[in-house]
Design a protein around this ligand. Sequence first.
Ligand SMILES: O=C(O)C1=C[C@@H](OP(=O)(O)O)[C@@H](O)[C@H](O)C1
Ligand SMILES: C=C(OP(=O)(O)O)C(=O)O
Length: 423
Amino acid sequence: MSGNTWTAPTAPGPLDASVRVPGSKSITNRAFVLAALSAAPTLVRRPLDSRDARLMQGALTALGGGVERRGDDVLVSPLAPEGTEPASVVLGNAGTVARFTPALAGLGSRPVLFDGDEAIRRRPIAPLLRALRDLGLDVEDEGRGAPPFTVRGHGGIAGGKVELDSSASSQFLSALLLAAPAFESGVTVRLVGDAPPSEPHIAMTLDLLRRFGAAPERSGVEFHVPATALSCPEYEVEPDLSTAAPFVAAAAVAGGTVRVEGWPQHTTQPGDWLRSLLTELGQRVELDETGLTVTGTGEVRAARLDLHEVGELTPVVAAMLCFGDGPSVISGVAHLRGHETDRLAALATELSALGAGVTETADGLAITPAPLHGGVFHTYEDHRLVMAAAVLGLRVPGVEVEDPETVGKTFPEFTATWQALLG
Ligand SMILES: O=C(O)C1=C[C@@H](OP(=O)(O)O)[C@@H](O)[C@H](O)C1
Ligand SMILES: C=C(OP(=O)(O)O)C(=O)O
């Protein structure tokens, strides 16, 4: 590490390593929210400890919940929103915090200000705020339908039927469904507009709701969650399979074997799709009770991939395809322009700057591999760009990764774990 850059290490040869990645961001922050809405405390076991997870803990504390670290676990006590004095929730650049917590403020009786990094002020949220208003919440913004905004709680949310356009982010729908057990009449959401991205994350929301005792139902574009007293004394968080992406990609790019410990047998995480992707790209993949083993050839097949359902994997997949044996195309991810940064623009710029032929399309990237060279890789405060740059560095000396600490959004120990992978 030098100054504010990190020289991504090259692979010394074929890999032979085992890695343990931290807990899933998406599961951790859902479990925290549902625990806060439960009737009794929940011990969330092995949750993620990272910027986004801490922001969620801070939000729940500001809203009247209790959060207590106990070794590797976190005990979350239910929201007990008392008082009328103003509070504020810091969003950072966490989509899950920005989308999942405003509804919770409507359960209390105080004005709560929501604001965060510059980037979160540009990320889409207006359709969710509109739906929350339709459900009876009092939301005041600056006319842009974005943070900063204030939710003035009136001691409860009526709930009922609402229409929602969740095409810019699946998190809008997840937000309504997660909070709905605490609404007086639950919620019936009818999706309008284009289909939401990230379908596995919607399945994850329904799965966690069930684990906490709710009974969500889905019929096509209509979702129903009845009012329910939630409860789940203990909830164990799975390892984050999207965080595992650069590690399994490393086996493909550098050759050799990488094992990811504790890869679940069944999961709703989008990262589980990496098993079929890696097979399609020519790698050997084996899942057993102890984890996932990927044995790579060091040769990556080109592919045409629709990543609409697994958009958060795009940066690492794009980096891998820069080593493909021909041109590749990624489609279905126009919504990535509203992620941590405009990820399509960032990837096209940064991968091209290192010599690859990468252009933006209307809904993705066209990637033509070419000999790569070192240089500064800008990361735009996007954790997954740090991970993508690390994958490139395996075969390209001199990839200088700007602001590597930004990876702390989901994996503060990423660079150390990456160095250990390479021995
Ligand atoms: O619900 C979640 O935990 C997430 C949903 C997805 O968001 P989008 O649907 O906005 O892509 C995903 O990209 C994000 O990393 C996490
Ligand atoms: C899109 C992402 O994050 P967020 O939860 O902030 O939306 C991501 O982690 O790739």
